[in-house]
Design a protein around this ligand. Structure first.
Ligand code: FAQ
Length: 320
């Protein structure tokens, strides 16, 4: 349970759990700032999953075959499921799903920058699976061991599904690369658009990351943004070679000394503009989310009315 008065033994228990890399559970005492940081990160993650349904959802009605349509439908539904696990994890911290959704729509909470870019061709479906889900896996596998129990357990299931998504993206791209010159060009053009935004998903460089130090001290994050970004670059390059595509970065090269790849400067002005609401699709994404919430109001009203009626009947029975 959270409390504003920090009993010394509760503080000691919390600190011992963090030091031992044990899980903190919803009923345990936790510092208010720890709870707030978790709500911020988990909500942002949940919003990303739900808003992230839109770019790929754009292609469900225009999938090139029944098989591709079934695969895409299943993937987009999985993202909805991830959002629900994560909102449930946030609810164990005392934040209701409705409140978090309202905060998102009011622009008071963020979602991942990557979902503010448009999907212009069917190759984007494959590239999102390969690179965006690939970046998500790099970032999220370490979160399976995060210190807050419900978040870590949600991440285990999410990561299994994201790995499957990455493979379906790679398989789609492999199929296109074995196709016509036009299909190969479509894949390369999509990779050119998504490579840099995928690198931005890991957040600002470590020196500009306001939350990393404290989040790592609390065991919420276990790696810095730059460490995970580097891991993603190193992981993606051999995969690109197998596919036969290149990344749009002339500075990308193997560094023998670091046993890692060097890469070019990320356009951080673009990143901050997108985070602050000025990306190509920010307004469209939020307008769509607002409409979905408003269109669903009647269902929530009906459910609330039904619950109130049931409670009234139970009270009448009890007093009869
Ligand atoms: N976009 O101090 P830091 C997916 C904000 S995967 C927007 O470094 P932190 C799967 C950050 O919130 C995508 N904002 O922050 C999928 C902070 O502002 P605040 C979602 C960003 O939290 C695939 C400020 O910048 N994944 O959805 C971004 O320590 C395909 C300073 O940054 C997660 O959320 C960004 N890219 O580290 C779905 C993973 N980066 O909040 C559909 C969990 C940073 O103080 C289709 N989250 N900011 O106002 C995390 O690991 C962390 O929150 C980071 C950021 C690494 C994203």
């Amino acid at each position: 349970m959270t409390s504003t008065v920090a009993e010394p033994e509760f503080v000691a228990q919390f600190e011992a759990a963090i030091a031992a890399k044990d899980r903190v559970e919803p009923r345990d005492w936790m510092p208010e700032a720890y709870r707030k940081t978790l709500i911020r990160q988990v909500a942002q993650h949940a919003h990303s999953e739900i808003i992230g349904m839109q770019p790929e959802g754009n292609w469900i009605g225009r999938a090139p075959s029944l098989r591709r349509k079934a695969i895409l439908l299943a993937k987009v539904q999985d993202e909805a499921g991830h959002g629900l696990y994560l909102y449930s994890a946030a609810e164990t911290l005392g934040a209701s799903r409705q409140h978090l959704t309202d905060q998102l729509i009011a622009g008071a909470q963020k979602y991942s920058s990557i979902f503010n870019y448009p999907t212009l061709s069917y190759a984007d479906v494959g590239v999102i699976g390969w690179l965006v889900d690939g970046a998500a896996i790099c970032n999220q596998v370490p979160l399976c061991r995060t210190s807050f129990g419900p978040y870590g357990r949600a991440m285990i299931r999410i990561c299994k599904e994201e790995s499957f998504h990455q493979r379906q993206g790679f398989e789609l791209l492999m199929t296109m690369m074995r196709g016509t010159d036009e299909q190969r060009a479509m894949v390369q053009e999509s990779v050119n658009r998504f490579w840099w935004p995928a690198l931005m998903m890991f957040g600002p460089p470590d020196e500009d990351s306001t939350n990393t130090e404290q989040s790592m001290a609390w065991g919420i994050k276990t790696h810095t943004n730059d460490e995970l970004r580097q891991r993603f670059v190193d992981m993606s390059i051999p995969q690109a070679k197998i596919l036969g595509v290149t990344f749009p970065d002339p500075d990308l090269r193997w560094n023998e000394e670091r046993q890692s790849h060097d890469f070019g400067e990320i356009d951080w002005d673009e990143f901050w503009a997108v985070v602050k609401g000025d990306g190509p699709c920010n307004a469209q994404r939020l307008a769509h989310r607002r409409k979905a919430r408003d269109d669903g109001n009647w269902v929530r009203d009906a459910a609330r009315a039904f619950a109130a009626k049931q409670q009234q009947e139970q009270e009448q029975e009890a007093t009869a």
